[in-house]
Design a protein. Sequence first.
Length: 94
Amino acid sequence: MAAAEKISITLTPEMLRLVEAAVEAGEFASVSEALRDAVRSWQRERQERAERLEAIRARIRRSIEDPRPPISGEELDRRMNALFQRLRRDDEAA
């Protein structure tokens, strides 16, 4: 393990009971190990959230940069109604 730095944290009694119960159940060798695991999970979650956000931003950029002309609200309604009618016919035929 890389050099470690000792810190002090404050937990609610319920949080501390949960961590201690996990250690007592053998899930972790110590409270420190449990908290390091929690920080690693937090790091993964933040990384995944950042990646999802970047994917959304990329989709927005592609949409904004799309050279195709936009369609009007009326045209969108027409296309959606036609799609729904086809789906209803397919359901009725099945």
